[in-house]
Design a protein around this ligand. Structure first.
Ligand code: SF4
Length: 272
């Protein structure tokens, strides 16, 4: 039986309705995700089980991004399991609840168990799981100083800074351009506090993705002839409490969460 290498072979068997029930927006994206190991064929409810079996036998499972995330999480959990939560909680700005660390993230509690598992009412993904575990392991408890600096100036940020700009700041700017009031209402619902800075932006808000890692979001609305601007600044102390990679993941997770909320709550159910 020949190995299936081309997503078009999977696409050919799909309903091609782009209905999105599989969790990706189109049948072509689904076919590519299956081949990359990010989706299972059975996630499409319209595929005949016999076809799922027949195609499935020809797909060689390769290591996916999800595998890498799971491996990273397992390693971080192993390190967390060695820590003493009772002495750690005050340093993290966390509470000890029935032996678990309760860490507040944008107003919601995320509990880390002594074995490094995470429990929350919120949807859990690697954008929150990895940074929280790193926070538990790395946080020195340094209090934020109110000295805001660009992400790129933090130690270890060089390899992530382009990603931070293209995958976090730019997408958030586009969302703010299209849904200005909704975005800032949502920020307030997540506990954002307005910040007044001299020569500041039209909107400057401080949010707390982690108790000792505040973000400052500055947004300048578009004006005639000038595009909008948005930046996300970090407290200079951030590098004492977490690594640059985790800040990147947290920011990305927040943008994704906002995308989902806008899809659900905007008047027309559209992002743009
Ligand atoms: S559920 Fe099936 S038909 Fe719908 S978009 Fe996904 S792959 Fe296509």
């Amino acid at each position: 039986m020949s190995e299936l290498k081309n997503p078009l072979e999977i696409y050919a068997a799909l309903a091609k309705s782009n209905c999105g029930q599989c969790g990706v927006p189109s049948c072509m994206a689904f076919a590519a995700s299956v081949l990359q190991g990010q989706k299972q064929l059975a996630a499409c409810p319209y595929l005949d089980p016999a076809v799922v079996t027949q195609l499935g036998q020809r797909i060689v499972r390769r290591r996916s991004l999800e595998d890498d995330h799971q491996q990273a999480i397992q390693e971080l959990r192993r390190q967390v399991a060695l820590l003493d939560f009772s002495s750690l909680a005050p340093r993290l700005g966390a509470r000890l609840v029935e032996g678990n660390l309760a860490i507040n993230c944008l107003g919601k509690d995320f509990c880390i168990t002594p074995s490094g598992e995470m429990i929350s009412d919120c949807h859990l993904n690697h954008w929150i799981y990895v940074p929280l575990l790193y926070y538990v392991i790395l946080c020195k408890g340094t209090e934020p100083q109110g000295e805001w600096v660009p992400y790129a100036t933090l130690p270890g940020a060089a390899e992530w800074s382009q990603y931070f700009s293209h995958r976090c700041e730019e997408p958030l700017r586009h969302l703010a351009d299209a849904h200005c009031s909704l975005i800032f209402e949502m920020f307030h619902l997540f506990g954002a506090q307005p910040v007044v800075l001299s020569g500041g932006a039209d909107h400057s808000l401080q949010i707390l993705p982690l108790p000792k890692v505040p973000f400052l979001i500055n947004y300048w609305e578009p004006e005639e002839g000038f595009a909008s601007k948005l930046n996300i600044l970090l407290d200079r102390s951030a590098a004492e409490n977490i690594n640059a990679q985790s800040i990147n993941l947290l920011a990305r997770g927040i943008i994704e969460m906002f995308r989902q909320l806008i899809l659900r709550h905007s008047r027309d159910g559209k992002l743009f």
